[in-house]
Ligand binder design. Structure first.
Ligand SMILES: *Cc1c(COP(=O)(O)O)cnc(C)c1O
Length: 397
C-alpha cells in the first residue's frame, strides 16, 4: 500500500495559485542593492527596495562593517542576556536613544521581532489593543501573542479609535493604541496628533511603528513623532534598521523602565542571538550619515515628488500615498502580477502585491524611489511604466 503524502495539500494549494496567476517566484538579486541592479540575469531599475537613502552599500557603512568584523569577528556568540551584549550593541542603542530624544533604546534582530516581542511582552489576556486595520503583520502577530483582546479600527479613522477606547473607559485592563507611522503598502501617514490626544484622554499606552518613517520623515529622518512635534507623548516608538538605515534590525525607544522590562520579557531579545558586530557598526555609521548629510533625505523627497507627479499625469492611480511608497493601484491580483512582469521585461523591477499582504481586490504594483536614483533613471522607469500599463490595459477606464 502506498503511503499518502501528508503534505499533499500544500502542493494542491500551490497548483491553485499557479492557475489563478498569483503564484510568485522569488526574483534573485545578483548584484548589490543599487538603483540599477541585476535580477535573474537582467539589468533593471530597482523600484522595489526599502533602501530609501541608498545606504545599503555606502562605502562608510561597508568600511565600518569590515573594521568591526576584523576586530570582533562575525558572530556575537550568544543571546543578549547570556553573553551576547557587545560594546557596539550598547553604543548603537545609546546613539539611537539620543537621536530619537528618548531615555533608552533596545535593538532587536529585526523590526518584525521588535514589534511582536514588545506588544506580546507588555500586555496580557486581561488587556485591550486598539489597532489600525492596516497595521503591519508584525504588530498583528504581537497582538495575537499577547492574548489581549484586539479591537480593530478602520484605516486612519481616529474618531472610531476614540469610540472604541471610550467604550472601554472604566473597564479593567490596560489599553494600547497602536499604529504604523507610515503604512507600508499605501504610503499614507497615520493621523498621529489625533491618536496621541485620544490615547491621552483615555489613559491608553501609545505605540507607533515608524519602520517606513525612520530616515524619511522628520528632522534628519527622526520619524513621524518628530514630523508632528509629538516628542514625549508617544510611550513606545519602534523603528527599523533594515530600511532607510540600510542594514538590519529593529529598535524600541521609550523610558528606561520600558527598555529594562523588555530586557527581562522581550522573547526575541531573550531567546535569539544578537546581531553580528558588523551589523551594529554599520548601523552606527548610518546614523553618522543621517546627522551629517541630511541632504540625502531632501533628494529622496525631490525624487518622490517628481515621480509621483509623473505617474499621476500618466493617469495612474497612486492611491492615498503621501510618502516615497507609491502604489500603482490595479485591483485584480493576477493583473498586478502581469503588470509587474511586463515592467520587468521593460527593465523595471516593481513588485506586484496581492492578498494577504493587501486586502483582496486591492492588489497593486508598489514602487519606492530612493535618494540614489538619478533623474535619467526615473525618466526611463516612467517611460517603461507607461508602456507596460498600456500593454496590460491600465488605467482601466
Ligand atoms: C518592514 C516593516 C517592519 C519589519 O521591519 P524589518 O526590520 O524588515 O523586520 C515592521 N513594521 C513595518 C510597518 C514595516 O514596514
Amino acid at each position: 500500500m502506498s503511503q499518502a503524502n501528508p503534505l499533499a495539500y500544500l502542493t494542491e494549494q500551490l497548483d491553485e495559485w499557479r492557475q489563478a496567476g498569483t503564484y510568485q517566484r522569488l526574483r534573485v538579486l545578483e548584484s548589490a542593492c543599487e538603483p540599477v541592479c541585476r535580477f535573474d540575469g537582467r539589468e533593471v531599475i530597482n523600484l522595489a527596495s526599502n533602501n530609501y537613502l541608498g545606504l545599503a552599500n555606502h562605502p562608510k557603512l561597508v568600511e565600518a562593517a569590515i573594521e568591526a568584523t576584523r576586530k570582533y569577528g562575525v558572530g556575537s556568540g550568544a543571546v543578549r542576556t547570556i553573553s551576547g551584549t557587545m560594546t557596539l550593541h550598547i553604543e548603537l542603542e545609546q546613539r539611537i536613544a539620543a537621536f530619537k530624544n528618548v531615555e533608552a533604546c533596545v535593538v532587536f534582530q529585526s523590526g518584525f521581532t521588535a514589534n511582536s516581542g514588545t506588544v506580546s511582552a507588555i500586555l496580557g489576556p486581561e488587556d485591550f489593543i486598539v489597532s489600525d486595520e492596516l497595521n503591519h503583520a508584525s504588530i498583528i502577530d504581537g497582538c495575537r501573542l499577547s492574548k489581549a483582546k484586539i479591537k480593530i479600527f478602520p484605516h486612519r479613522d481616529a474618531a472610531e479609535a476614540e469610540r472604541i477606547l471610550a467604550g472601554l473607559d472604566g473597564t479593567p485592563g490596560r489599553k494600547l493604541l497602536i499604529t504604523d507611522g507610515v503604512f507600508s503598502m499605501d504610503g499614507d501617514i497615520a493621523p498621529l496628533k489625533e491618536l496621541v490626544e485620544i490615547a491621552e484622554r483615555h489613559g491608553a499606552i501609545m505605540m507607533v511603528d515608524d519602520a517606513h518613517a525612520s530616515g524619511v520623515l522628520g528632522r534628519n529622518g527622526r520619524g513621524t513623532i518628530d514630523h508632528y512635534g509629538l516628542h514625549g507623548r508617544v510611550h513606545i516608538q519602534v523603528g527599523t534598521l533594515s530600511k532607510a538605515v540600510g542594514v538590519l534590525g529593529g529598535y524600541v525607544c521609550g523610558s528606561r523602565d520600558l527598555i529594562d522590562f523588555l530586557y527581562h520579557r522581550g522573547r526575541p531579545f531573550l531567546f535569539s542571538t544578537s546581531h553580528p558586530p558588523a551589523v551594529a557598526a554599520a548601523c552606527i555609521a548610518a546614523f553618522d550619515l543621517l546627522e551629517s548629510e541630511p541632504e540625502r533625505i531632501e533628494r529622496l523627497w525631490e525624487n518622490t515628488r517628481y515621480f509621483k507627479e509623473n505617474l499621476r499625469q500618466a493617469g495612474l492611480d497612486t492611491g492615498s500615498s503621501e510618502t516615497p511608497i507609491t502604489p500603482i493601484m490595479v485591483g485584480d491580483a493576477a493583473l498586478a502580477f502581469r503588470f509587474s512582469d511586463a515592467l520587468f521585461e521593460r527593465g523595471v523591477l516593481a513588485t506586484g502585491i496581492g492578498y494577504p499582504t493587501v486586502p483582496r481586490g486591492k492588489a497593486r504594483v508598489r514602487t519606492i524611489v530612493t535618494a540614489a536614483h538619478t533623474r535619467e533613471q526615473l525618466d526611463r522607469a516612467l517611460e517603461a511604466i507607461a508602456a507596460a500599463a498600456r500593454q496590460v490595459g491600465l488605467p482601466a477606464s
